[in-house]
Design a protein around this ligand. Structure first.
Ligand code: SF4
Ligand code: SF4
Length: 368
């Protein structure tokens, strides 16, 4: 089979198995992307380096991990409208971003694995990369003509906008490369003011330290100004995606209710139950405390009297980050029961960070 014929067969296989985008690119290092990652790390815009930022050299130089590689075959799937919509806001509930309502990576893997099998049947080596720190998947998608870089830093495709998951198959097959997409955001800047924390103020650059989605996946205390902008989110943030006109048609078509979770019930479940139910979330160290912490912040926005007993119980948690965020939520909700609990907790607290949270929460709750 010629390289052209093999490429065509692979494309048909991928599309038949659910991919909506397919392209091929070289494995030359993504030098400009690596430089930009280095700049963001130096400026502190990457936050605590993780995912591809843990080793930008590896993530932008395929041959480091796969010395035999000749090409990247890039595939994409659209997770809207199947991901649905969280529906209208409701007290004591939290929203999950659409990319995480279920494990949307599974259909992507199915398509990529089908392509990889086809390659192996044709005598070629292959390895599937999906949600993998060894490759900046957006850079590969842009080079392979599957997407363009949006000013939101997301990869966008016509008809799908940013509602895409991307993955690749690394192969030693010397396939013809695709033409990069001649397209960009034009004069649109809709995502920039849509961000509630100003994380996109430098066009095309994400300040991760200001991004709610970043903090939802990062251990430790969430800065208070980020908490104030958090809203009812439990995991992820879709605001810059929802504002993006190229994805508008899919967002409008996402009718089914999905991704709204009762936070009081969540806070009463065991760690094992939480990690089983949300196995597809990226939770730091697979430690349920960080999911609980996110739920506490969301309750600080829409918690009712029903949430107060569980929040008071969390003031007695052996985990400082949970005591601190429970205090913040109680301070926001206010009320006599919460104030009394905050005073009692302050009288026995010894952790200086939590003491600061308790005192700030007590001030916040005055008059509420
Ligand atoms: S995910 Fe949310 S917080 Fe992060 S850049 Fe987009 S709109 Fe801003
Ligand atoms: S909202 Fe507009 S500027 Fe932002 S990524 Fe989408 S098309 Fe580009």
């Amino acid at each position: 089979m010629t390289a052209d014929a093999l490429s065509d067969t692979l494309r048909q296989t991928g599309l038949r198995h659910g991919l909506v985008g397919f392209g091929v690119c070289s494995v030359e290092p993504f030098g400009a992307v690596r430089s930009e990652m280095g700049r963001r790390i130096e400026l502190g815009l990457a936050g605590r380096p993780r995912f591809t930022y843990t080793d930008p050299v590896v993530a932008t130089e395929v041959s480091r991990s796969f010395p035999w590689a000749e090409r990247l075959i890039v595939g994409s799937v659209a997770y809207l409208p199947a991901a649905g919509t969280p529906g209208p806001a409701a007290p004591d509930t939290g929203r999950v971003a659409r990319f995480a309502t279920v494990d949307h990576y599974q259909p992507l893997r199915t398509g990529l694995i089908a392509v990889a099998r086809q390659l192996e049947e044709s005598g070629h080596r292959s390895e599937v990369l999906a949600d993998d720190n060894r490759l900046v998947d957006r850079a590969a998608a842009v080079r392979a003509g599957v997407a363009w870089w949006g000013k939101s830093t997301m990869a966008l495709a016509p008809g799908f906008g940013p509602w895409l998951l991307l993955g690749s198959v690394v192969t030693d097959a010397v396939l013809p490369v695709s033409t990069p997409m001649v397209r960009d955001c034009g004069t649109c800047v809709a995502c920039i003011p849509a961000c509630p924390t100003g994380a996109l103020d430098e066009e095309g650059v994400l300040d991760a330290t200001r991004c709610i989605s970043y903090w939802a996946q990062t251990p430790g205390f969430i800065p208070r100004d980020i908490r104030r902008a958090w809203g009812d989110r439990l995991y992820g943030c879709d605001d810059c995606l929802e504002a993006c006109p190229p994805g508008g048609r899919l967002a409008e078509g996402a009718g089914s209710m999905n991704g709204r979770i009762d936070l009081v019930e969540l806070l009463e479940r065991s760690d094992e139950e939480l990690m089983d139910t949300y196995a597809h979330f990226y939770v730091p160290r697979r430690d349920a405390r960080f999911l609980r912490r996110n739920a506490l912040v969301a309750l600080g926005h829409n918690g009712t009297r029903r949430a107060i007993p569980v929040l008071i119980r969390y003031l007695e948690s052996p985990i400082a980050v949970l005591r601190g965020h429970a205090a913040w939520a109680l301070g926001r909700i206010g009320g006599k029961d919460g104030r009394v609990a905050l005073e009692r907790a302050r009288s026995i607290e010894t952790d200086p960070t939590v003491v600061d949270e308790l005192e700030a929460a007590a001030r916040l709750s005055e008059g509420r």
